[in-house]
Design a protein around this ligand. Structure first.
Ligand SMILES: Nc1nc2c(ncn2[C@@H]2O[C@H](COP(=O)(O)OP(=O)(O)OP(=O)(O)O)[C@@H](O)[C@H]2O)c(=O)[nH]1
Ligand SMILES: [Mg+2]
Length: 384
């Protein structure tokens, strides 16, 4: 077989490439000559356009499972691509794979990181992730942005700020320039996290930009939720929603370096006061406020110690198990609700009647309650 590539290099991301596959026909195998599109990241992964591959090239579930369990990065990337795919055949395959991988998951650390744009998330993850691999951990980073605002520029930025981590053999970075509903993001990220755990990544970091609803979704699937902040001129509590602080296990004031150290310390005190006013959501853990400099790698160790302390306290008290159990049940409820919603909106009668009823409600020809009842009655009829 002969493989040839033609590539356009995108600085810092990798290469957009097509791979030419050429088989000389022999015996009863016909000759083959085609270009397969793909994107190669600089660390050797090519996750982004995998779903362009024709489904005839899909492997068996066992091949994906064996690949992931043997820590094959390419097979992990391909499995994640199936998880992210919207094609029903891919989704079914992904479900089978995840089910089989489930017994190999759940032992590691699941850490959510959020912060407003520019807070230094990428720089922090670079510093934190490399420190963890030096300690012998294997780190997966999943970056999600349900608002679809993560532009190419941002991913380029990540690649400069995660330069060392991107090529670290014990790290796996998966940007998810995602579209679709928050539910979709929640589902994909959760399953991707499980696939990474099965592939031997014992620390999974899920990064999200702290401006949307995604933080609470992420907080509901991790063990530890870290909110990264920067000291501002008296506006510390702005720009980030109070709800985010409520789910924070630790707030870290980043950029505590140079002449910003004092301001970071003042911000630290202000957040401590603010957190005192909130009800802690765990009987075994009071959220901490720390400072660090992601750029100068200071304070990063202390944050990991805090995460270990949190793990120990919650494990000893049994809260960690309970938290995971709750998360699994919440996840099941979420999937049920999502399934019911899909079932409802895809019902042919509902689809056919919905536009007229919406118009009727708009024109006040019928009440919203009557319209909703009429639509729900279709499902009631189906049940009988
Ligand atoms: N002085 C200083 N600058 C920092 C630190 N951490 C990050 N920065 C700078 O802050 C800017 C934003 O950092 P990023 O890591 O890209 O921030 P981000 O939160 O990932 O931003 P988005 O991806 O846009 O949401 C960059 O110019 C960094 O070099 C730090 O600890 N100290
Ligand atoms: Mg970033």
């Amino acid at each position: 077989m002969h493989i040839q590539t033609r590539c356009a290099t995108i600085p810092l991301v990798g290469m957009v490439s097509t791979i030419r596959q050429h088989h000389k026909g022999s015996g009863d195998s016909p000759s083959l000559d085609r270009w397969i599109p793909c994107v190669l990241l600089s660390n050797g992964d090519f996750p982004i356009n995998f779903q362009l591959k024709p489904s005839s090239m899909l492997k068996t579930p066992q091949e994906y499972i064996d690949g992931v369990l043997s820590r094959d990065r390419l097979m992990l990337a391909r499995t994640i691509t199936l998880i992210e795919s919207t094609l029903p055949a891919h989704q079914e395959l992904a479900r089978t794979i995840i089910d089989k991988l489930l017994p190999y998951t759940g032992k590691g650390y699941r850490i959510g990181i959020t912060g407003v744009p520019g807070a230094g998330k990428s720089t922090y993850i670079e510093s934190f992730g490399n420190m963890l691999t030096e300690k012998g951990h294997r780190v997966a980073v999943l970056a999600i942005d349900p608002s679809s605002t993560r532009s190419g520029g941002s991913i380029l930025g990540d690649k400069t700020r995660m330069e060392k981590l991107a090529v670290n053999a014990n790290a796996f970075i998966r940007p998810s320039p995602s579209s679709g509903t928050l539910g979709g993001v929640g589902r994909k990220t959760r399953e991707t996290m499980l696939a990474c755990e099965a592939a031997g990544y014992d620390v999974v970091i899920i990064e999200t930009v702290g401006v949307g609803q995604s933080e609470t979704t992420v907080a509901s699937m991790v063990d530890f939720f870290l909110v990264l902040m920067i000291a501002g001129a008296g506006d510390e509590l702005q720009g980030i929603k109070k709800g985010v602080l409520e789910v924070a296990d630790t707030i870290v004031i980043n950029k505590a370096d140079g002449d910003n150290v004092l301001r970071a310390q003042i911000a630290c005190k202000e957040y401590q006061t603010a957190l005192h006013m909130l009800m802690p959501n765990s009987p075994n853990w009071s959220p901490q406020v720390l400072t660090c400099s992601a750029l100068e790698h200071t304070g990063i160790d202390k944050i990991w110690e805090t995460i270990l302390d949190h793990r120990q306290k919650l494990t000893e008290s049994g809260e960690m198990d309970e938290k995971r159990r709750h998360q699994a049940l919440d996840w099941m409820s979420f999937l049920l609700e999502e399934g019911l919603r899909q079932w409802f909106y895809n019902d042919p009668q509902v689809k056919a009647t919905m536009p007229t009823l919406r118009k009727d409600v708009e024109m006040k020809r019928t009440s919203p309650t009557a319209a909703a009842d009429a639509l729900l009655a279709f499902l009631q009829e189906k049940r009988l």
